[in-house]
Write a protein that binds this ligand. Structure first.
Ligand code: TYC
Length: 102
């Protein structure tokens, strides 16, 4: 069925029936102990950053307190948080990764 309604001479656009999924930011937090190289590795491995991008994001987090890994639908964001948290724990680093509603 068409998304438009005709009333006399006016064509009214209806709201789209399908909404974009709500997106979530996956954010990494700074701490004093996690090695910089490890954070760069996490950004490359889990957020598919190039090495140069990963270094830039890591330095941003180090200087500003937090930074963006990526933005994803809920399930993907939740999975990234779980994978990064598990990896950091395995390596005994206190790195924290959280999600925020966009
Ligand atoms: N601040 C850490 C250090 O000096 C590096 C670091 C960067 C830690 C980013 C966590 O999310 C982080 N070794």
């Amino acid at each position: 069925m068409s998304r438009t309604e005709r009333r006399r001479n006016t064509v009214l656009e209806r709201e789209p029936r399908v909404q974009e999924p709500r997106m979530y930011r996956v954010v990494l937090l700074n701490d004093d102990y996690t090695p910089m190289d490890y954070v760069v590795h996490v950004l490359e491995q889990y957020f598919l950053k190039t090495h140069a991008e990963a270094v830039e994001v890591m330095l941003h987090i180090h200087e500003r307190g937090k930074g963006l890994g990526g933005t994803y639908p809920y399930d993907m964001a939740e999975t990234k948080v779980a994978l990064v948290t598990a990896d950091a724990q395995q390596h005994q680093h206190p790195l924290r990764c959280i999600m925020e509603k966009e």
